[in-house]
Design a protein around this ligand. Sequence first.
Ligand code: MG
Length: 253
Amino acid sequence: MSHAGWSCSRSVTRLFVFGTVLAIGSIVMSKEWVSGIIWPEPAVVDPGPVGGPPSDAIVLFDGKDLSQWQGGDKWLVQDGCATARAGEIHTKALFGDCQLHIEWATPEEVKGSGQGRGNSGVFFGSKYEVQVLDSFENKTYFDGQAGSLYKTKPPLVNACRKPGEWQSYDIIYSAPKFNEHGQLTKPGYFTVLHNGVLIQNHTELLGDTDYEQPPTYHAHGPSPIRLQFHGNPVRFRNIWLRELSEPQPQRPE
Ligand code: MG
């Protein structure tokens, strides 16, 4: 090795030793910050297969029957899916804050246009609709297209698949809170993923999502989940829900 090469190698070795000493020194000197809050241990949840249901989910429709739905006998259950007809259906159980997974498909044979094409909806609380619509190359008012929080906020993007193809919504619903006088103390919020794409990002709910009047809150408690029949044979499958609650930590005095 030449003199220059030997000298370079020694410099690199010195740098390495210096760096190592610095790193060890910083570890010895550092002190972990501790909040003092005692958090409960997060529950273990088996996420299940892709698309769920996770182990802590309430299965609302597994393809066999609509026994958990009031009015479910009106809809056609066939080939693992439920087809809307003859009126809306709603869960027999009541829910507040929750995560809902639902898969839907608008009719493969395209009929109608705008709001008349593959229209249904998933309702929470008093009357809060996450719109279901065939929005594949089908123009309508933006706050009424698929994934809109109806008449409140359009989706961030249009992630709609073609008519007849299965699509998914993953909806996180934070229910509005009311005091004992029925006054709103905290608005509701929706976060929605459409086919895995974020389309509502913690969107504030302004009240009932009516067609004919501006959004207005009406006090309510836990409520059924409702699926709309809007004259179109929209199909549904793989519906499950997880009830959500915030952990209750012990905080330092
Ligand atoms: Mg609708």
